[in-house]
Design a protein around this ligand. Structure first.
Ligand code: OGA
Ligand code: MN
Length: 291
């Protein structure tokens, strides 16, 4: 393996994701190789690199090829020493203190940090320790979710915005420094169009963020809930999902602007340790004028 250009790109066959094989990402990556990887990422939305041996410095160096790294305030306790740009995603505790976030429970479908003005463009998740079973991560293609919407739903989302609650995490728990609210029409957060256009590909995609505490801005609560239920039912029944069974040494990179992901729960008696970087969302993602 090397950082050259003779690697293969093979689609998963599930409507999202491709595995790139024959490349060692701890080696410096030439321009041409980078360009091919970047193009494959825009095309397949999720890239899978198996059998890597990456130090935290390697992970940051590869991530940085795609843009500026994001550092989330409040997550400092969950960064490996000397690497504030990395977030540990883990159920492991040391001396009673969690070393990372997300525990061992299910993480419901979500886009990372959809509740901020400029959500990260990408997340890169590198597996160090993996339980024998469980903890699989699934990815959904939100271009395909929009493309396959029935006309009536396509009409219903046209021009609408969603409020993305900022006060709960993907496990549904209230975040520190947030208060409960009466109903979702007063949830704190930011608004994004339900349909957003990818800044590089120019293609429109459905942007749902997460189901819990979402609100279709301006709609009565019951109307908002019913529209969201129909959209989510459509997404969950679609065949544009790839489910990844992790092995140590896997690096996955997803386009956070046009995908959602979820994680299966796993046995909390086992260790799961991942290191994650995120790329800062730079360009505002404009709403599609027409769906
Ligand atoms: C994340 C995330 C899922 C997983 O890191 O953003 O949702 O499988 N992780 O750990
Ligand atoms: Mn996530």
């Amino acid at each position: 393996m090397h950082g050259g250009i003779e690697f293969e790109v093979n689609a998963t066959g599930h409507g999202i994701g491709a595995e790139i094989s024959g490349i060692d990402l701890s080696e410096p990556l030439g321009e041409e190789a980078f360009d091919r990887i970047h193009a494959a990422w825009l095309e397949h939305l999720v890239l899978i690199f198996r059998d890597q041996r990456l130090s935290d410095a390697d992970l940051k160096a590869f991530s940085r090829r795609f843009g500026e790294l994001d550092q989330v305030p409040g997550w400092e306790p969950f960064a490996p020493a000397g690497h504030p740009e990395i977030l540990v995603v883990s159920n492991v505790t040391e001396d009673g203190t969690p070393i990372g976030v997300l525990g061992d429970g299910e993480a419901a479908w979500h886009t990372d940090m959809a509740y901020i003005e400029l959500p990260p463009a990408a997340s890169l998740l590198y597996a160090l320790e993996i339980p024998d079973s469980g903890g699989e991560t699934s990815f959904m293609n939100m271009y395909a979710a929009l493309d396959s919407l029935p006309d009536e739903l396509r009409e219903a989302v046209r021009g609408k915005q969603l409020n993305h609650d900022a006060s709960h995490d993907s496990g549904g728990n209230l975040r520190p420094n947030h208060r409960p609210f009466a109903d979702v029409t007063s949830a704190p957060g930011v608004r994004h169009p339900l349909v957003r256009t990818h800044p590089q590909t120019g293609r429109p995609a459905l942007f749902l963020g997460r189901r819990l505490h979402a609100w279709v801005v301006g709609e009565r609560l019951s109307d908002s809930e019913s529209l969201l239920d129909r959209l989510w039912e459509h997404c969950e029944q679609g065949d544009f999902v790839y489910r990844h069974r992790w092995r140590p040494g896997d690096l996955l990179m997803w386009d956070n602007r046009v995908t959602m992901h979820r994680r299966d729960p796993f046995d909390g008696g086992q260790r799961r340790v991942m290191h994650r970087t995120q790329l800062r969302g730079r360009e505002p993602v404009v709403a599609a004028a027409e769906v």
